[in-house]
Design a protein around this ligand. Sequence first.
Ligand code: SF4
Ligand code: SF4
Length: 92
Amino acid sequence: MNINDFDLKSISTHIEGTGDFISIDNDKCNLCNRCLVICIMNLWKKREGKIVLAEDYKQKCVECAACYQVCEPGAISFQYPAGGTGVVFEQG
Ligand code: SF4
Ligand code: SF4
């Protein structure tokens, strides 16, 4: 099974009202595409020569911080959502 076929939404609950917790500074971005490749939820896109984050990322992001970790020029800012978490996973 491909990770992209795995329905994380079915085992997770998103908490509303967390506020923005990821942002990008396009002036620092070198268009390396690493964030596009690493995000298992496919939330980064290249649009008109710029990297953009999906508008509904707060509903889909699993807060893995991988995009933040791979961004060498530090264009991506990430902080855990207000209140500690925006996503809760259920197991079993
Ligand atoms: S934190 Fe993880 S899931 Fe969220 S946008 Fe970054 S890579 Fe994607
Ligand atoms: S990882 Fe950082 S530098 Fe690379 S494309 Fe994404 S935002 Fe730009």
